[in-house]
Design a protein around this ligand. Structure first.
Ligand code: ADP
Ligand code: RBF
Ligand code: MG
Length: 207
C-alpha cells in the first residue's frame, strides 16, 4: 500500500474552539485490550468498552483517530495520583505547554489521542476504542474510571505495509493532538495554557 509522505498539518481546526458534532463524551473503566504489546512500542492504549448504551453516538461515528482530553480517577496508591497532594501538574511526556490539572476532583485531566475502529493493520472484527494518554505514567491503571471529551477528528484509520509506518503516523497524531489542544479555547478551565486558564468547559471531566 502506497503511503503518502505529504507533510501533515500539525494544528487542526480554528483557534476559536471545537465545532459540532464535538464535543463527544464517553466513559468507562479501562479494560484489557488485544494484548499486542502496544506498551512495548511506546504507545500503550487504554481500552474502553464500546458501549452504545453509554455513548449512543459511537455506533454511527466515523472510524478513525480523534483527539481530546481524558480524565482518570486513579487509586490513591497509584504513583501518578495527586489525591493526597494539593498541587498537581500533569506534565505531558514530551513537553506540551498544555498542562491541565484537577486538584478538587478525584479525576485528573490529561491530553489524549485515540483510535475508534477496526484497526485495519490488524484486521479486527470488532470495533475498539483505545486511548493513548499523553503522559508518562509510573504504573498501569487497568480498571480505573476514565472519561473522554473528544474534541476533533484527526484522520481515517489506515492499513500499513509495516509496523514502523503505523507507529510513525501515531507519533504524528500525538503531535497533532498536543498542538491542537494547547490553545485556550481548546483547554478546559481546569487547565493551564501558557500561564493562562483555558476557556473550554470541561466540567464533565472532573465532576
Ligand atoms: P492492552 O492490550 O491491555 O490495552 P497496552 O499495551 O495497550 O495493553 O497497554 C495499555 C495499558 O497501559 C493501559 O490499560 C494502562 O493501564 C497502561 N498505560 C500506561 N501508560 C499509558 C498511557 N500513557 N496511555 C494509555 N495507557 C497507559
Ligand atoms: N491501527 C490501524 O490499524 N490503523 C491506524 O491507522 C491506527 N491508528 C491509530 C492511531 C492512534 C492515535 C492510536 C492510539 C492507535 C491507532 N491504531 C491504528 C491502533 C493500533 O494498531 C493499536 O493501538 C496497536 O495495538 C498498536 O500496536
Ligand atoms: Mg491497548
Amino acid at each position: 500500500m502506497a503511503e503518502t509522505t505529504n507533510p501533515r498539518p500539525l494544528i487542526l481546526y480554528s483557534d476559536s474552539g471545537p465545532e459540532p458534532p464535538f464535543p463527544l463524551c464517553m466513559e468507562g473503566a479501562v479494560i484489557s485490550g488485544f494484548g499486542r504489546g502496544s506498551k512495548e512500542l511506546g504507545i500503550p492504549t487504554a481500552n474502553l468498552p464500546v458501549d452504545a448504551a453509554i455513548a449512543p453516538w459511537i455506533a454511527d461515528v466515523r472510524s478513525g483517530v480523534y483527539f481530546g482530553w481524558a480524565s482518570l480517577a486513579l487509586p490513591a496508591t497509584h504513583p501518578d495520583s495527586t489525591a493526597s497532594t494539593s498541587a498537581s501538574t500533569n506534565h505531558s511526556n514530551e513537553g506540551s505547554s498544555s498542562t491541565p490539572q484537577a486538584t478538587a476532583s478525584q479525576f485528573q485531566i490529561y491530553p489524549m489521542v485515540m483510535s475508534i475502529g477496526y484497526n485495519p493493520f490488524y484486521k479486527n472484527t470488532v470495533r475498539s476504542a483505545e486511548v493513548h494518554v499523553l503522559h508518562s505514567f509510573g504504573a498501569d491503571f487497568y480498571d480505573a474510571p476514565m472519561r473522554l471529551l473528544i474534541l476533533g477528528f484527526v484522520r481515517d484509520e489506515k492499513d500499513y505495509n509495516g509496523l514502523d509506518a503505523l507507529i510513525e503516523d501515531i507519533r504524528i497524531d500525538c503531535d497533532v493532538a498536543r498542538r491542537s489542544l494547547a490553545r485556550r479555547a481548546w483547554t478546559p478551565i481546569e487547565g493551564v495554557v501558557d500561564g493562562a486558564k483555558g476557556t473550554f468547559d470541561g466540567a464533565w471531566l472532573v465532576r
